[in-house]
Design a protein around this ligand. Structure first.
Ligand SMILES: [Zn+2]
Length: 192
């Protein structure tokens, strides 16, 4: 998933330049800004099941009662068994809503290496990641702020164990930056 939503009180300075805003929604007491999204479409909710890409999306983790078992089943798809868990969490066909920042946060909260293969994780581990994703997204939606423990903190101490946070590009089709703690989450692709 590309782009991100920020919510601000009216009049507050945005944390990204206005030139990167793709959509701005203003309601009394709040301004929601979508930055950097490559595509923005506006349509009625009732046509969502017919939309070519939206109809293929996994469960929306920001829905009132997302089907978490369905998300785990989709992550379990044999086609994804060889993927790293960091890449799988970004696949919106498995579960919808997790972007790169939240991917990093969720894996840190779960103390799991982003380079673990999906096929090597049991259902309980996948379920925990999906629940954490839902919780972090809800927290962001409710407060306008998300917990950030490793994202864009390369070289700084891990808030849990004080080891320096590492960063690497990850993913073949669409490499994204992965930040993680090699001590409490586990080694990276180089085994360190
Ligand atoms: Zn750590």
């Amino acid at each position: 998933m590309h782009g991100s939503w920020h919510r601000y009180p009216p009049g507050e300075r945005w944390r990204r330049p206005p030139s990167r805003a793709r959509l701005v929604l203003e309601v009394p007491g709040s301004v929601a800004v979508c930055f950097d999204a490559p595509v923005v479409e506006l349509f009625e909710q009732r046509v969502e099941p017919l939309h070519p890409s939206l109809s293929a999306l996994g469960p929306d983790l920001l829905a009132p009662a997302p089907d978490l078992e369905d998300a785990v089943r989709r992550l379990r798809d044999p086609a994804r068994a060889g993927w790293t868990i960091a890449e799988a969490l970004l696949d919106q066909r498995a579960l919808a809503g997790i972007g790169n920042e939240i991917k990093n946060e969720v894996l840190w909260q779960a103390s799991l290496s982003p380079w673990r293969r999906v096929g090597d994780l049991d259902d309980a581990a996948l379920r925990r990641l999906v629940e954490l994703g839902r919780d972090v997204l809800r927290q962001g939606a409710a407060t306008g702020r998300r917990p950030v423990h490793v994202y864009r903190r390369a070289g700084r101490p891990c808030p849990r164990c004080r080891a320096p946070i590492r960063v690497e590009h990850q993913g073949l089709e669409l490499p994204r930056l992965t930040f993680w703690c090699p001590v409490c989450q586990g080694p990276g692709p180089d085994g360190r």
